[in-house]
Design a protein around this ligand. Sequence first.
Ligand SMILES: Nc1ncnc2c1ncn2[C@@H]1O[C@H](COP(=O)(O)OP(=O)(O)OP(=O)(O)O)[C@@H](O)[C@H]1O
Ligand SMILES: [Mg+2]
Length: 234
Amino acid sequence: MLSVEGVDAFYGDLQALWGVSFEVKEGEIVTIVGPNGAGKTTTMRVITGLLKPRRGKVVFKGEEVTGLPPNKIAERGISLIPEGSRVFPYMTVYENLKIGAYTKRAREHFNESLEWVFTIFPVLKERLNQKANTMSGGERQMLAIGRALMTRPDILLMDEPSLGLAPKLVMRTFDIVKRLNREGLTILLVEQNTRFALKLSHRGYVMETGKIVLSGTGEELLNNEYVKKSYLGI
Ligand SMILES: Nc1ncnc2c1ncn2[C@@H]1O[C@H](COP(=O)(O)OP(=O)(O)OP(=O)(O)O)[C@@H](O)[C@H]1O
Ligand SMILES: [Mg+2]
């Protein structure tokens, strides 16, 4: 469904990605793990058109989307939940969800999508008129996910969705990821909770200093000696 092929990306003179290649097949949950500064968020930015790669390409559903503006990429069916689950703080829950449905493909399904989001996160229905900045961290995360779902994506990119959440909410985040996948969404996940993320993933990649250094099924990576030592502390 999605393939990233030989991508080099820069911030000014700093090269953040070096020949990054990987793929996500339809129906999969794929996780990228790696330390701070490895280039995980940069990879998400390249896929969603926020950063133009200097070399390489991004192919989605058989068509090259490299360098298209973010709104065009969203229109094709790629949606990102950014690091920190950012929402528009001074807007209400309803306004945030409405903004999620800005693409043409999403506008046509607005009511249907809203109902879908409410079945997954009933609390959002009760809080429609609450300003996002008065919600709890867990509720804001639901809203960020809900807003991304309003764009009717085929693939959902999630950049550290569990970051900063209490342990109970971390587990709930992973349950949500599994549920969305069961409902037909393909998911590319970036996570620091390596063990949980790899456990629920079909496949994964390890990224270090801008390069993919290891790949395999979730289970293979969980049993890999290097991953165990460097990422699982065992
Ligand atoms: N806007 C920017 N300008 C300049 N350098 C940047 C910018 N964003 C990221 N970088 C640099 O690019 C490299 C990769 O950063 P990136 O945010 O992709 O890492 P990450 O794997 O997402 O890390 P983390 O786990 O901490 O979120 C880092 O060295 C970082 O300092
Ligand atoms: Mg990051």
